[in-house]
Ligand binder design. Structure first.
Ligand SMILES: [Zn+2]
Length: 261
């Protein structure tokens, strides 16, 4: 995954998607927005305490730089669920213009020119493209969503609507790394032993990015079609928002994906 400057913003982009000219995608950094303080500057979520006017301005900036239709911008309502929603015409703009009535942590669409957003600030953002059925997905996976298998459920949904695993591509964006993600035993022990390192005093270092990678692989997706960024948001707090790195008060990054005609 490498960083690309596009106008005023800077995005991490995955090699697995760059072969597809019809796919616009990226994982945002803090760069290029108008928010201030803990939200400086490209904070994307309307639900984290940032000035809503600034968030809307940031949405405009992101869509302008990527030449996306802001009226169609559609996002999750992240509540650490394992709910995957398919976005049809009636649901274009949900999460941005029209609030969801319930938690939705992953969105899928087969519609062209409908950008899907997921938010993160240490949690794991995942973008997916099923080439054969022309479908895209944006997924938010914290530890609860990861435990609920949300990445896997999203890929399974794509398979259910006709995708073949070999035609599915996925990018796992910057998230808190195993270097920094210390959790108690009650969280770590929900996962297989290979995903954590035990420390003294019932503390564990958990690798959530790797769990999501394996969840996608378990669906039959080829390893070479999955990118795991391996970039830690807390270690690089100057470039990324980090919930832990900023003591719980931070802006949010976004994973964004859109399919053109
Ligand atoms: Zn780290």
């Amino acid at each position: 995954m490498c960083i690309t400057e596009i106008g005023t913003i800077a995005l991490y982009q995955s090699d697995v998607f760059s072969q597809f000219e019809n796919i616009i995608h990226g994982f945002t950094t803090r760069k290029g927005g108008v928010s201030r303080g803990a939200y400086e500057s490209l904070s994307m979520s309307p639900r984290r305490g940032d000035d809503i006017e600034c968030v809307h301005k940031n949405e405009e900036i992101l869509c302008r730089e990527l030449s996306l239709d802001i009226k169609a911008l559609t996002s999750t309502r992240q509540e650490h669920t394992d709910r995957v929603e398919v976005i049809d015409e009636k649901r274009i703009g949900y999460g941005v213009k029209t609030p969801w009535d319930y938690g939705v942590d992953a969105c899928i669409t087969t519609l062209k020119n409908v950008p899907l957003l997921c938010y993160s600030a240490d949690c794991v953002p995942v973008l997916i493209y099923a080439q054969d059925i022309c479908a895209i997905a944006a997924v938010h996976a914290g530890w609860r969503g990861t435990e609920g298998g949300i990445s896997k459920k999203t890929v399974q949904k794509l398979i259910e609507i006709g995708a073949e695993p070999k035609n599915i591509y996925a990018a796992i964006g910057p998230c808190i790394g195993q270097c920094c993600y210390e959790v108690d035993g009650d969280v770590a022990l929900k996962f297989e032993e290979k995903y954590y390192v035990q420390k003294p005093m019932d503390k564990y270092m958990l690798d959530l990015g790797r769990v999501n990678y394996d969840l996608i692989k378990e669906c039959g997706v080829n390893e070479e079609n999955i990118t795991l960024s391996g970039i830690c948001t807390k270690c690089n707090n100057d470039l990324f928002f980090s919930h832990r790195g900023q003591n719980g008060k931070s802006g949010t990054l976004a994973g964004i994906i859109c399919m053109r005609e």
